[in-house]
Unconditional design. Structure first.
Length: 145
């Protein structure tokens, strides 16, 4: 079997946000597009990555004394820059799937921006690995039953 490369399985041209995108705006994009991570781009450079988990962790617990209005006001002030993972690990589109998977396992992350010549060209996530596995195995039972 030919060695698989990231370019063949990544999601090209991913949706991105700017560092000034608010958390409610980022969460809305994620919900509408059914995605869990957004590369944060400034001046055509990936400066961070924001995940749904990051947003969840940034929200205050229910055990606080703030009113709903105060909570919403505070959340509206938080931006991607404040909670993103800065300078994320990236891969090249010609990297092997195995090397990308090893990075994701070693760093316990669910996705990697894909960069070529300093530009974001895609993102590879655990869902892309699932697509690869399913495509390689036609013996899975029919779950439509």
């Amino acid at each position: 079997m030919k060695e698989q490369i990231v370019r063949n399985w990544m999601t090209p041209n991913p949706i991105t946000i700017s560092p000034s995108t608010t958390l409610p705006q980022a969460q809305q994009i994620m919900m509408e597009k059914n995605i869990r991570r957004l590369p944060v781009v400034w001046n055509k450079k990936v400066v961070g990555i924001l995940t749904l988990g990051d947003i969840r962790e940034a929200k205050p617990s229910d055990a606080n004394s703030l009113s709903v209005y105060e909570l919403n006001f505070l959340l509206d002030q938080l931006t991607a820059k404040a909670i993103m993972t800065a300078d994320p690990i990236v891969v090249h589109p010609n990297s092997t799937i195995a090397s990308a998977a090893k990075i994701m396992l070693d760093y316990k992350i669910g996705g990697l921006p894909v960069m070529e010549d300093g530009e974001l060209v895609g993102i590879i996530t655990e869902m892309d690995f699932c697509r690869l596995i399913v495509s390689q195995n036609d013996t899975f039972p029919d779950t439509q039953g």
